[in-house]
Design a protein around this ligand. Sequence first.
Ligand SMILES: [Zn+2]
Length: 530
Amino acid sequence: MGKNDFLTPKAIANSIKAKGLQKLRWYCQLCQKQCRDENGFKCHQTSESHRRQMEVFGMNPGRVIEGYSEEFEQDFLQHLKQTNQGNRVSAKVVYNEFINDRHHIHMNSTKWLSLTEFVKYLGRTGKCKVDETPKGWFISLIQKDPLKELDDEKRIRRATAEKRDEERHLALLKMQVERARRERAEAGLDEEEDSDDAWDEDGDEEDEENEDRKRDGKEEGEEPKEILDRNDTLSNSKNYDRSRKKQKLNEFHREGGDQPITLNLNLHTLSANAANMTAVPSAVTALKKPVAIFGVDEEDEEEDEEEKRGKSKEKLKGGERERDRERAGGKQRDADRENGRERDGKRDMERDRDNHQSYSSSRDGKRHRDDGDRASPPLSSSRWDKSPAPPSSSISSSPASAPSALRSDTWLSEGLVVKILSKELESAGYYKAKGVVLKVVDRYVAEIEVISTPSGDGQGDVLRVDQRQLETVLPAPGGLCRVVNARYRGLKAEMIRVDVDRFQAQIQIQEGTYRGDRVWLEYEDVCKVL
Ligand SMILES: [Zn+2]
């Protein structure tokens, strides 16, 4: 009998295969591969690609399952909405329709063990009206007014942003009061009446200006306007008003001749350590990156909003107006990402801690980020610990958090210089090693050739690392970089400078329609290229 004759087992198997729908239990969700039978599934499980996927899965199984659950729910509700609107239908019927798509998210990869459980979940969370009958569960979608939903979302965003500002405000105030008190003590004048004189002493004043400068991450030669702007927010502080008056009256003098300017973000221990900071923030840890596998790929939603913001920033060049705009833009962005933060709160805190290393810049204007190993003393409970973490760019997995839609969940591309932050690779000496991305495998995994390691050996090794365990490297000013996410993604650019306070870098775009534009981007969206 020939191999492909009518009704041979082989032919039957082939016809089944062609039909598409097969046993759910032999579907590998991670690889999105349908196997035909148990044997096929076993074979698949031993395959190289499946193992690699399992390794990724093993790094964070909880998140993976949570991700599939979110995606499943989203798709299911979408399907329900499209087919039945708000009508009451049998959950089983909807489910059977839903799984008709061969590559639907399979329920056995979600946190729900059965359809009943899932239906109950929908009822509990107020997404559907559910009721049980002798014929099984029936559901009907509760439809919200999309406009109202959007409004709610905006309101929440604004509220959180305001709260954040306020907290930061208070922290700054407190710091000012603290400093005033300290300086008064240093001057040896404890009597309140004489304190004004103490403020007017030249030495004090220079220190103060120095500190301001350090805090603002400014370089020599910039006009003090920026400082005053920033201080405006503090005008209700009596102490601060005084210091402001002085700033208007006095020029900034540098002490210490040609020594490099050092910056220190560690506000409370500032005066003690200001002199010899060398270490620098590993500002954007891989933790900040969206988790592999899930997230939004679409880049269309809310583009308008993002665009408007972007434009207002780019168009107005020069002068304080631009700066004001940028600050406003930053605030808005902060607000946008507020949503994601709630989910990623914990991760943010971790990243935050990393960020509070110090930053150095030498006099020739050469800035560099360095390994955190040599970092300054651990941070005391500075204002950063109290105020909410800087915004994160978490992935959005539901339409409700669409603002980050311009963002992709992947950022890797060939030629990027990245830093490896994989604890798993620490024993092999690759932790905090730098490498260049040779190619991207499966979108989330980079094949990296190591170019430098903390220990000095291991150069030239090739590793595969998930993007979550990588972070971008910022070039020195003038260096070449590429925008790796969000708006401007993929464009070549030149590094202008960084703002250590906001974790942002200013770059000048070198190609495309935006050529020549200078924009501020998050650290994580800019990466050095070779
Ligand atoms: Zn697989």
